[in-house]
Design a protein around this ligand. Structure first.
Ligand code: PEP
Ligand code: MN
Length: 337
């Protein structure tokens, strides 16, 4: 921590600050400038009590941390890039991965048709919500366990792995039984007890960015997974809330280089929730692939106009197959297969 003292304070006032810094377990290092004195407090801010209390002292102008608050998710702690094994597939490796499927699992026909189509087009992981986090309680809430069973059936029939959302701690074991990756949704991105419960299942966790979540908060939420002995964490950008109304959310593609720089965990882009409009999804996918995202999470439906949730943003089966073809040069541009 750096503690900037107010100009022209007395020696006695300065000594009181130095005494407090020592009391909290840090070693003060005093640097005297022409106008003011700055104290560097040496010690690990993550294992010692915070010095932020000093910011309210009358002789202190400001207190600034120099260390990052996250540890296990950071590249400092883990220099090599992490990869996540999902069955025979690797996320974060040389192969660019595509997770695709409907927003919600609706019925057997809808799911099987979509699963076969996305597998044929080259996706390796099937998405589909069985427990849906809906803004209104009067909207379709998902099929629950019946939906999980349909996902398991699609997995058996197509060989696709399954990602589905975990909405409640109470369902952690149940959802983990049917799913290869647990999705933590934007609305639950800072539900820390849920993150711990997800981590404890031992399944890989895909953590969406919260609706208005700062990147530091997102990384710290991820820290809950890693610090609960689950190394298989991936971050998923799905757009944040801004003043813009042209799109449903503002998809923040800057998170690709930022997460790559700050963390060793894979970064996935969800352009469907990100844009909220099917006509923008293809461009967003191309941009994300070229920028080095590790995977995409895309909503696909046999008949988007009749979808029970998120109809406007889902690609048709044909639209998805076309996208997968068009994506190839962008994936290659990022040095991936
Ligand atoms: C979804 O993937 O269908 C979903 C609800 O996502 P998010 O949590 O990003 O809104
Ligand atoms: Mn959706």
């Amino acid at each position: 921590m750096i503690i900037v003292l107010k100009p022209a304070i007395s020696k006695k006032d300065e000594n009181e600050v130095l005494k407090e810094i020592k009391k909290l377990g840090y070693k003060p290092h005093v640097m005297r400038g022409v106008e003011r004195t700055v104290v560097g407090a040496i010690g690990d801010e993550r294992t010692h009590q915070s010095l932020e209390v000093l910011s309210s002292w009358p002789q202190v102008e400001s207190v600034m941390p120099v260390q990052k608050r996250y540890k296990l998710v950071s590249r400092e702690a883990h220099k090599t890039t992490s990869t996540i094994k999902v069955g025979k597939q690797i996320i974060g490796g040389k192969k660019f991965q595509v997770m695709a499927g409907p927003c919600s699992v609706e019925d057997e026909m809808q799911l099987m048709k979509t699963a076969h189509a996305v597998a044929k087009a080259g996706a390796t992981i099937l998405r589909g919500g069985a427990f849906k986090p809906r803004t209104s309680p009067y909207e379709f809430q998902g099929l629950g366990e019946k939906g999980l069973k349909l996902l398991a059936k699609a997995r058996r029939e197509t060989g696709l792995y399954v990602i589905t959302e975990l909405l409640s701690e109470a369902h952690a074991e149940l959802v983990a039984e049917y799913s290869d990756i647990l999705q933590i949704g934007a609305r639950n991105a800072q539900n820390f007890q849920l993150l711990i419960a997800a981590a404890k299942t031992g399944k890989p966790v895909l953590l969406k960015r919260g609706l208005s979540m700062k990147i530091e908060e997102w990384l710290l939420a991820g820290e809950y997974v890693l610090s609960n002995n689950n190394p298989n964490l991936m971050f998923c950008e799905r757009g944040i809330r801004t003043f813009e109304t042209y799109t449903r959310n503002t998809l923040d593609l800057s998170t690709i280089p930022i997460i790559k720089k700050e963390s060793h965990c894979p970064i996935i882009i969800d352009p469907s929730q990100g844009a909220g409009r099917a006509d923008l999804v293809v461009s967003m996918c191309k941009g994300a692939a070229a920028m080095g995202a590790d995977a995409l999470l895309i909503e696909v439906h046999p008949n988007p106009a009749e979808a029970w949730s998120d109809g406007a943003q889902q690609l048709s089966l044909e639209g998805f197959a076309k996208l997968m073809e068009e994506l190839k040069p962008f994936i290659a541009a990022a040095g991936r297969d």
